[in-house]
Design a protein around this ligand. Structure first.
Ligand code: PEP
Ligand code: CO
Length: 456
């Protein structure tokens, strides 16, 4: 191999399509493979959704979080839907993430890296290939990029045109997010721009407003001292993330760019490998091995120390700061049993990873009425236990990963308003996993701060 090839492809025998030589689970089978080829050809030629500079900037910020200087907030829908690509839903999601990050910055006294589970979270891994209702079984819904959620045989057929539509919806979402953020929506001088109307009626309103007032006072004080407006404050960054699940889609957006070595996935800043696709010899790990983006891996109860060690070595061969984020999701009762050995195993590799907690996916249950839900108390308990386990094992938790929405949905039980099982039917809208509503999400941010201030 020549030196110039090495520079372009520092990861040796990797190619954007080398994953195709490995077993690829959770991939749809299209009835018309030629139609898929046509769509992928088009996707390959479209402009990217993000840039390599942004990807590199995020990698540096994740490195700061791994070092304990920054804290990461990652959140959004379990699965975005094309129907919900609407201005108010997008801006409300941005608002709740901004509010949570404000609470975290203020309480933790750290900069917060904001990563949306948005602008591309359109493909879902499923535990079973079929869904049964009564005596009818159909292929499972796999996200709007693959098939439709209606329970008809027609809707569940994978359609490659949906990939093109997914790319367009991701572009529209990101365009709106960028315009809002660049236009001053996220300006700390104007927190009223991103007040969610319903927060006024929330049991948490007073605490939140007190904090906003205190930030405004500090800002005025600093600006009086400095004699000028603090410029950085009126701009915040949002990064995008989605599960790198549909590998043909991801490959079509994998590009080389001038003046940078290697290959970038330019469909998102931060792709992650889901728990069901984390086989060290599998296609998803092979694909992610070669891209320059920072990469997340979900770590669940089935993961052994050996397996995780292999993943860390394959995905971060050079111990590159910010490259790897391990997002653990064990469940409130299991995290204390599983996490210490894994922290130890990763330490043994000498790699400096960022640890995050996803307190959602290990705490899913089904009610007697058949609603998939999660209890606020279990989510919080997994989080607080995770903070403690890291501290007790000489590590630290550098971020949190939530499924949440800026809407007033009733999908998770509990929180300050005490949502009960009977309330779930009022506004249960998720097609996949239950999300924290705006109020539960804001409360969670406040409780993270309380935990870090009091240790309880
Ligand atoms: C998810 O994040 O929606 C998900 C499916 O998570 P996991 O891979 O951890 O189960
Ligand atoms: Co989910």
């Amino acid at each position: 191999m020549t030196a110039s090839v090495d520079k372009l492809n520092p990861r040796g025998d990797w190619r954007p399509d080398s994953w195709q030589d490995r077993p690829a689970v959770q991939q749809p089978t299209y009835p018309d493979p030629d139609a898929l080829v046509q769509v992928l050809r088009k996707l390959t030629s479209l402009p990217p959704l993000v840039t390599s500079w942004e990807v590199n900037a995020l990698r540096s910020q994740l490195a700061r979080a791994a070092a304990g200087d920054y804290f990461v907030l990652q959140g959004g829908d379990c699965a975005e839907s094309f129907d919900e690509c609407q201005s108010s839903i997008i801006s409300n999601r941005l608002k709740i993430l901004l509010q949570m990050s404000l609470v975290l910055v203020h309480g933790l006294k750290k900069r917060v890296v904001r990563i949306g589970r948005f602008a591309g979270q359109y493909a879902k891994p499923r535990s079973t290939d079929t869904e049964t209702r009564g005596d009818v079984s159909l292929p499972s819904y796999r996200g709007d990029n693959i098939n439709k959620s209606e329970f008809t045989a027609e809707a569940r057929i994978p359609d490659p045109q949906l990939l093109a539509s997914g790319h367009a919806h991701a572009a529209m979402t990101l365009n709106f997010v960028r315009a809002l953020v660049d236009g001053g929506f996220a300006d700390l001088h104007h927190p009223e721009y991103w007040d969610l109307d319903f927060v006024k009626h929330s049991p948490l309103a007073a605490e939140y407003q007190r904090m906003v007032a205190s930030i405004s006072d500090s800002l005025k004080f600093m600006e009086t001292l400095a004699g000028s407006k603090l410029g950085e404050i009126d701009r915040v960054n949002f990064y995008t993330s989605h599960e790198a699940l549909h590998l043909h889609y991801e490959q079509a957006q994998t590009r080389q760019v001038p003046h940078q070595a290697g290959w970038y996935n330019l469909a998102t800043h931060f792709p992650w490998i889901g728990m069901r696709t984390a086989d060290a010899k599998g296609a998803h790990v092979e694909y992610c091995r070669g891209i320059r983006n920072p990469v997340g891996i979900k770590v669940g109860p089935g993961m052994t120390a050996d397996w995780l060690r292999q993943l860390v070595e394959i995905l971060d061969p050079e111990n590159e700061p910010g490259r790897l984020t391990l997002i653990h999701r064990f469940g409130a009762d299991a995290v204390g049993d599983h996490l210490p050995a894994l922290i130890d195993a990763v330490r043994g590799t000498g790699r400096c990873v960022l640890w995050m907690s996803d307190p959602m996916h290990g705490n899913t249950e089904t009610t007697r009425d058949g609603y998939k839900t999660r209890r606020f108390d279990n989510i919080l308990r997994e989080l607080t236990t995770s903070f403690d386990v890291h501290t007790d094992n000489g590590s630290h938790l550098g971020g949190v990963h939530f499924e949440l929405t800026g809407e007033d949905v009733t999908e998770c039980i509990g929180g300050a308003r005490g949502l009960a099982e009977v309330d779930l039917k009022r506004a249960y809208r998720s097609q996949v996993d239950p999300r924290l509503n705006y109020e539960q999400a804001l409360e969670m941010a406040m409780l993270i701060v309380r935990k870090n201030q009091n240790g309880s």
